[in-house]
Design a protein. Structure first.
Length: 364
């Protein structure tokens, strides 16, 4: 394989060398999400030399950039044209990259209304564990026929390949926003937000914590004003509201700051993915609820089996998001059919197991 791109050529050569030597590689960008998933033992493979926005067509709502491009650079370019990454990827620190965003697959507060990262990936290129440069998808939604392999890489944490370039569908920023809050107990908040989600309201994001439900309305000005009249509640001043949602997105608000301290003292921060209509789970600890009830953050010292059992009882699962003790396993065990699929995919993309080995499970 030949390529005129020195950075890409160097990356491929490094993977080929690692394969020949059976040396594991730990893929790195800005390292802002190194805490997420199981620990990886391997030589660092820095993707940041693969940087830069390749193309951006505001009129087509499509941006293509290389994986090492700082997320801040991408968002700044979009903001200049009044556009954004609508799924609000969390930024856990400065230096996060586009490739890390896709590999982690994490979405922010607006995810229920606009979709996840996976819904906005149009195509990507990657280098697999055999040193092959592969491209999937394209730059339009209709380009996909059959199974969309590009979206398979979203949330794969680099175990299948090193992402090199990504094409994303972007959207215009909402012309109007308002944030309102209500004093409600957890059960009442869940009932209210699920009721409102089924109505023609411009409900973009929600969050409940410590007896307070906060809603963000976004869309056309007339629709937002009408929703405010209909819902009532206390309107939050725009600057304060923006600070709150940014803190929630980046895990820098009061709940997550407190959780970080608790984790250092031995607690665990769990990310519970459950049906939005699931009732309160009855677990001890501090809980923050997003996505209309579908994403629940729990900071607790409750043993892992009890947390996972409570999530499974309502049809969900629990991920150990931050903890000093990952011995119980970061991710829930897979049913046998899904484990077999994961093993086969790993074998197909990375037969020698050199890319981020063990980031998901010891065998992946």
């Amino acid at each position: 394989m030949t390529t005129p791109d020195p950075a890409l050529r160097a990356l491929i050569d490094r993977i080929l060398q690692a394969r020949s030597e059976r040396t594991p590689l730990a893929i790195q960008g800005g390292n802002t999400k190194a805490f997420y998933g199981e620990a990886v033992q391997g030589e660092p493979l820095d993707v940041r030399p693969l940087a830069g926005i390749s193309s951006y067509e505001p009129s087509e709502l499509v941006l293509t950039a290389r994986a090492g491009t700082p997320l801040a650079e991408v968002e700044a370019a979009l903001a200049e044209c009044g556009q954004c990454l609508p799924f609000e990827p969390p930024r856990f620190g400065e230096g996060g990259t586009l490739g890390g965003m896709v590999a982690a697959g994490l979405s922010g507060p607006a995810r229920p209304s606009v979709g996840s990262i996976r819904d906005h990936v149009l195509g990507l290129s990657l280098v697999n564990g055999k040193g092959e440069l592969l491209s999937f998808g394209g730059q339009v939604m209709k380009n996909v026929a059959g199974y969309d392999v590009s979206r398979l890489m979203v949330g794969a944490l680099g175990v299948l390949g090193v992402i090199c370039e990504v094409s994303l569908k972007v959207l215009p920023a909402a012309p109007a926003q308002q944030t309102v809050r209500f004093e409600l107990a957890q059960a009442d908040a869940l009932k209210a937000v699920n009721t409102w989600a089924g109505q023609p309201l411009p409900l973009q994001a929600s969050a409940w914590w410590d007896g307070m439900l906060v809603l963000r309305l976004a869309g056309a000005g007339a629709a937002v004003d009408a929703a405010l009249t209909r819902l009532g509640g206390e309107v939050i001043e725009p600057a304060l509201a923006a600070s709150f949602w940014q803190g929630l997105r980046d895990h820098a608000d009061e709940f997550f700051v407190g959780a970080a301290r608790a984790v250092q003292a031995g607690a665990t921060l769990w990310r519970l993915s459950v049906p939005a209509t699931a009732p309160p789970l009855g677990l001890s600890g501090e809980m923050l609820i997003e996505w209309g009830g579908a994403q629940r953050w729990l900071c607790t010292s409750t043993p892992a089996p009890a947390v996972r059992a409570a999530a499974a009882a309502v049809g969900g699962h629990a991920t150990m998001f931050r903890s000093l003790n990952k011995a119980p396993g970061v991710f829930s065990a897979l049913p046998a059919p899904l484990e077999r699929i994961h093993r086969e995919l790993k074998r197909a993309f990375d037969p020698d197991g050199i890319l981020n080995p063990g980031r998901f499970y010891p065998w992946l």
